[in-house]
Design a protein around this ligand. Sequence first.
Ligand SMILES: Nc1ncnc2c1ncn2[C@@H]1O[C@H](COP(=O)(O)OP(=O)(O)OP(=O)(O)O)[C@@H](O)[C@H]1O
Ligand SMILES: [Mg+2]
Length: 309
Amino acid sequence: MKIWDVTVVGEIYIDHVMSGFETWPKPGEEVASDHYMREIGGGCAITACGLSRLGKSVNLVGVIGNEDAPWLERRLADFGVTDQALRRVSGPTGVTLSVSTREDRSFFTHIGVNHRLSNELLAPETLVTLTRARHVHFAMPLPRALAAMILPALTEAGCTSSLDVGYQPAWLTDETNYATCQTVDYLLPNEQEAALLSGGETPADFFAFARKLRMRSGILKLGARGAMSDVDGVTIAVSPPKVVAIDSTGSGDAFDAGFIDALLEGANEEERLRRACICGALSTRVPGALGGLPNREELWSIYEKTYGS
Ligand SMILES: Nc1ncnc2c1ncn2[C@@H]1O[C@H](COP(=O)(O)OP(=O)(O)OP(=O)(O)O)[C@@H](O)[C@H]1O
Ligand SMILES: [Mg+2]
């Protein structure tokens, strides 16, 4: 029985975002700024919130620390994301500190209890939870052994699947993961990730690689240039709507949400890419990954303006 439209799986973080610094401190120095924001982060949380904004029922699978649970639950509830399947354990939730001046930004990350995610996914009851969604999205470098166990079981249970590995050179250059690329229904790399995977430079190189591997789909995110897809040897290219991009953090995860939302509604490949590009582009309008995510009304209004009805 399907309970949710989508279950999203991945590492969960609390992002502490500090901006507006005039200079970088030298080792041993301190600088201060009054711009601070705490937000839920990690690609999985962004995609989950994006899908929920679009009206899909979303279940999140990940691991968080007991002490941070109340705040994370409240923030996920703002977006209507179900948190029942989040494992609460003792220890710190993953945390990222993002510090920026006008010119530069640096990140410091502590993985925290996210290191328990693979174990969590090995549990038989987690697999049962996953099969209760129409679609399962993994926002993580899914280890090969787990993929070999989970992906065929999802197909068997009538679930579609997608995978956004993120910028993980070790995963993307490891040929043992080719089998995962072949089994997952939709792999969602950006240009840099696709180049690492295929060993080529251009979209054509990646699509040739995807065809050679007999991947089920070849999709490529291209930042401000939009996205491309290769369906049975025919390449589709889609441009995003024009936006004043302020912060592109999480635009790829917002793209994933738009793509999965359209997929679940039976949209064809071109419409999926358009809806994905709208979500990606709109997410860049404001600082942070979550504030710019569109709701349904906004998605369709921009769709008509950009691509016609
Ligand atoms: N400057 C921009 N203007 C318009 N649209 C954008 C811009 N940047 C990103 N997008 C939209 O967001 C989508 C995803 O962006 P991108 O290719 O940068 O993904 P990504 O590198 O995976 O991002 P992330 O930082 O989340 O990992 C693009 O396909 C595009 O539709
Ligand atoms: Mg990405």
